[in-house]
Design a protein around this ligand. Structure first.
Ligand code: MD3
Ligand code: FE
Length: 218
């Protein structure tokens, strides 16, 4: 006998869950697009390879990164910035694939942010042990646009706090197909991810996790 869960599988997306002021968790929102999203990531990475960038302080980031769209995010000894060119190839970043742009627009709209028009998509790739320390995303010109984040592959623990680094943080598990939309007050909240666990895997990506973040840079 099919269960109610089977009958509703894939047809009724979970309702958006509010996790902070202006922030919405859309569990499984891109599950049905996941294969094509992973293909699009491979496509981008064939032109703009994943690389471990160097922080201004001289450390290599544990998450490997690439970008697509008009702007990509770069860090080196000189500092953090957005750039229209990939410093590895000195070429413009690959165009943002239509599918990526469309799912980001749809996720923003499902969270109450109509008319989202991202001009950058940053792609983070985590392997076992990779993490991202608490930080704010404030290199963009206009904080009125949300940031849309898509998780694919191995699950990870995501942390976010408030407007001050010392604010208490809460933890959420982000899994393959989950989307989080950050707008309003939460747009400038401190956030990061805990080290990818040794046993964290996904059938399609093995021990890797990908995170796409869509931004309006200019
Ligand atoms: C909250 N990435 O690329 S995604 C980043 O999982 C980044 O790769 C993490 O932080 C990752 O900058 C977290 C969730 C996320 C992204 C952007 C945010 C949360 C955010 C911007 C503002 C507030
Ligand atoms: Fe961030």
């Amino acid at each position: 006998m099919p269960t109610t869960d089977d009958l509703f599988a894939d047809s009724t997306p979970a309702a958006p869950e509010q996790i902070a002021e202006g922030a919405w968790l859309l569990r499984g929102f891109v599950l049905s697009d996941a294969d094509r999203l992973l293909d699009a990531i491979s496509q981008v990475a064939s032109q703009a390879p994943f690389r471990h960038q160097i922080t201004p302080g001289g450390y290599s980031m544990s998450a490997a990164m690439s970008s697509c769209g008009e702007w990509g995010w770069v860090t080196d000894r000189q500092g953090y910035r957005y750039s229209t060119k990939d410093p590895l190839t000195d070429q413009p970043w690959p165009a943002m694939p239509d599918l990526l742009r469309q799912v980001a627009i749809d996720a923003a709209a499902a969270s109450g942010y109509e008319g989202f028009n991202p001009d950058a998509c940053l792609i983070n790739r985590y392997e076992t042990g990779a993490k991202m320390g608490l930080h704010q995303d404030k290199d963009e010109a206009d904080f009125s646009a949300p940031i849309v984040s898509i998780s694919l592959g191995a699950p990870i623990t995501f942390m976010f706090g408030g407007l001050a680094r010392t604010d208490k943080t809460s933890r959420w598990k982000l899994e393959h197909g989950d989307v989080v939309v950050w707008g309003g007050k939460s747009r400038l909240f401190f956030h990061g991810v805990a080290p990818l666990g040794k046993r964290s895997e996904h059938p399609q990506t093995g021990p890797m996790r990908y995170n796409l973040t869509f931004r309006k840079v200019t």
